[in-house]
Design a protein around this ligand. Structure first.
Ligand SMILES: [Zn+2]
Length: 380
């Protein structure tokens, strides 16, 4: 069988997509399947049945990843190429996010299985637990790649609620590290995902070959001032935390726009205390993030951002403290895998391809560095 002539069954893929979209469907036409929710558990059960129907070996691990293995020679635990994505979604998410990657991989495995093609390694479609981070960002892919030793609860997270949610899904917090596989057990990783941006669509390209995935760091930054009567406090005695925070937000945006061409800064959350219109703000707590596709540039951005925050605080007679909350390092996709994607596109006559950087996080980020990993974007 000539692999270049293989064709998937588009109707079967569409039927699966329509069925999956019903699970957690919202009235607005989107979908809500938060990780470990009833809807997520229902989607997992549905997926396991589809794997079974397709004649794949169903495999679970200790962090709740579910996969279907097309066994080539020996057993389902032999070395395999992983084809992954996620069934969980953010709140009111689009229908394609994650699910299209899972279903495309499943359809590929069915097609290869039916054609009786033999390969030297197993093929495995895998659903990673909590990619979106309803509880813990990329929990499943971190578990599989042995990155759970650095597992920590996020600030303010309720560990008992997390444990209960895991328990319902048959996952035990203290056992999750057992999901780790050896790099020698994985031959490679490939993921198909919508771009979640407008660049492919605008450029008229059908396939984006992802060169790298942006690194992302989140900080909590607090400006500490002094509360006082809004009317009676003399100008030189005012230590207004919110003014320092506001100054910082404006200057950080300008600095990144003008000086860091590939960088992103976002301040999306601000809480003031005491939070009264007639009291000088004593505290302004910001949650901010910086993104950059280059890991060393990301580290420089982090440092400079904190220097800027400190200088804005000083200008208003404030004190500044900061705490790093989340750090997802930037990842490069494997060069030979990228070349293979390009060659495969050429083989089937798709010339509208382009190289692209992902400004959103994906499980491929965790798999890179562990195994040769690639990420294929289709237009949103
Ligand atoms: Zn996604």
């Amino acid at each position: 069988m000539d692999i270049a002539n293989l064709r998937i069954d588009a109707n079967r893929l569409r039927a699966d997509f329509d069925a999956l979209t019903e699970i957690g469907a919202t009235v607005a036409g989107g979908v809500s399947r938060l990780a470990l929710s009833n809807e997520d558990l229902e989607a997992r059960a549905w997926f396991a049945n589809r794997l079974d129907d397709a004649g794949l070996a169903v495999r679970d691990d200790d962090v709740g990843n579910i996969s279907g293995v097309l066994v080539m020679n020996g057993s389902a635990t032999d070395r395999s190429v992983l084809l992954g994505a996620h069934l969980d979604t953010a709140l009111n998410a689009g229908r394609y996010d994650g699910s299209v990657g899972i279903l495309a991989a499943l359809e590929c495995l069915r097609t290869i299985h039916e054609a009786g093609i033999h390969l030297p390694v197993n093929l495995e479609v895998i659903n990673f637990t909590d990619q979106e981070g309803s509880w813990q960002s990329m929990l499943g892919s971190r578990g599989l790649t042995g990155r759970l030793p650095d597992f920590t609860m996020r600030d303010g997270d309720d560990q008992s609620a997390f444990r209960a949610a895991l328990f319902r899904a048959g996952i035990f917090l203290n056992d999750m590290h057992r999901a780790a596989r050896q790099p020698s057990d994985v031959a490679g990783y490939l993921e198909l995902h919508i771009e979640q941006g407008g660049r492919l669509w605008a450029s008229g390209k059908r396939i984006g070959i992802v060169d790298g995935i942006v690194g992302r760091t989140t900080y909590s930054i607090t400006f500490h001032g002094e509360a006082g009567h809004s009317g009676t406090t003399a100008p030189e005695q005012r230590h207004d935390a919110l003014q320092g925070a506001a100054q910082f937000i404006i200057e950080a945006h300008r600095w990144v726009r003008e000086s860091i061409p590939d960088g992103i800064f976002n301040a999306g959350n601000l809480v003031t205390e005491p939070g009264a219109f007639n009291t000088i703000p004593e505290k302004a707590v910001l949650t901010v993030e910086v993104r950059n596709p280059d890991q060393s540039a990301l580290l420089v951005m982090e440092d400079q951002m904190l220097v800027l925050a400190a200088s804005c605080a000083e200008r208003y007679g404030l004190r500044m403290t900061s705490r790093r909350l989340v750090n997802m390092p930037a990842a490069k996709m494997d060069a030979p895998v990228r070349a293979d994607i390009e060659a495969a596109c050429a083989d089937i006559g798709i010339s509208e391809t382009t190289h692209i950087v992902s400004y959103a996080g994906h499980d491929a980020q965790m798999l890179s560095g562990f195994t040769p990993a690639g990420l294929i974007f289709i237009p949103s």
